[in-house]
Write a new protein. Structure first.
Length: 291
């Protein structure tokens, strides 16, 4: 992935070598592998005609662009064809897990229920994989040893849940699972963000839609669940900021530095606007649509 030196680092100085997001591997099972999936996101998800989708599509109905081999027939021109939402979505590997593990490689087209059980399993699995991604980040980041050990235990426990059969998955209380993991995420976030200089901003859940934050010093900020739709964060310093659940749709990140940002996902990055100067964690891919 291309990494470009942003202006924020030179403007505000180094935060510390341990915060410069040393390269770390993303578990393969948490990366989408469309070759081993039955095009589930193209069938299971609901499309609503909007700027993100050219036409409506109910859950369980295959997208008209889905080919017989489960590949997208317009993958290379999704945005031009009006399917921007498809370029934002990231299953975090849930698609192949449901296809190959939960349903043992059985194609939904041959299922007696038309694939209904498989389609219902996809969003459940994706939520579990999101928890796995957050826990893997704690394990691999510079959190205290005790928190890393706790993250490993939770990783093993949640991974076991992803291997439940369809009935077991459907019976899971995912809200309870999130409530169980969240305190660990909060403690790890606080420990890592404590390295940021000054008094990091606390804007958890804040309504910052369209906010003008260009060049803002948000190192170590708590932006969990913040609404940043259409906000101007150009050239902002977001190193070590906690962005779990932050809505970054059309957020201007051109020239921003998100090096070492906590719990930032590929879907969030895909939904934002960036450029060659935008610095993102090494675990994420630079979106093809960024200038």
């Amino acid at each position: 992935m291309e990494r470009t030196a942003g202006a924020a680092g030179a403007r505000k100085g180094a935060v510390g070598a341990s915060e410069e997001d040393a390269p770390r591997a993303v578990p393969a099972e948490l990366r989408a592998d469309c070759a081993n999936c039955f095009g589930l996101c193209c069938v299971a998800l609901t499309f609503i005609r909007s700027a993100d989708f050219a036409r409506d599509k109910p859950s369980g109905e295959p997208c008209r662009n889905l080919a017989a081999d489960h590949r997208c027939g317009i993958h290379g021109r999704l945005r031009d064809a009006g399917y921007r939402g498809c370029t934002v979505y990231d299953c975090l590997g849930a698609g192949q897990k449901v296809s190959q593990v939960t349903f043992g490689g059985r194609d939904w087209r041959a299922a007696a229920d038309g694939g209904a059980a498989m389609f219902a399993a996809l969003p459940l699995m994706r939520q579990l994989h999101e928890l796995l991604a957050y826990l893997a980040e704690i394990r691999d980041r510079g959190a205290p040893a005790g928190l890393r050990a706790e993250a490993v235990r939770e990783l093993d426990r949640v991974e076991a849940l992803t291997r439940l059969d369809p009935e077991g998955l459907a019976a899971l209380d995912l809200d309870a699972e999130r409530r169980r993991v969240n305190p660990l995420l909060l403690r790890a976030s606080a420990a890592v963000r404590a390295r940021a200089p000054g008094r990091p901003a606390a804007r958890r859940g804040a309504d910052l839609v369209g906010a003008r934050l260009r060049g803002a010093d948000l190192r170590g900020a708590d932006l969990r669940g913040a609404l940043l739709i259409g906000a101007d964060l150009g050239r902002a310093d977001l190193r070590l900021a906690d962005l779990i659940g932050a809505d970054l749709r059309d957020t201007d990140l051109r020239g921003a530095d998100l090096t070492g940002a906590l719990f930032l996902t590929q879907a969030q990055v895909n939904a934002a606007r960036g450029d060659t100067r935008t610095r993102i964690p090494t675990t994420l891919d630079r979106p093809a649509h960024w200038a």
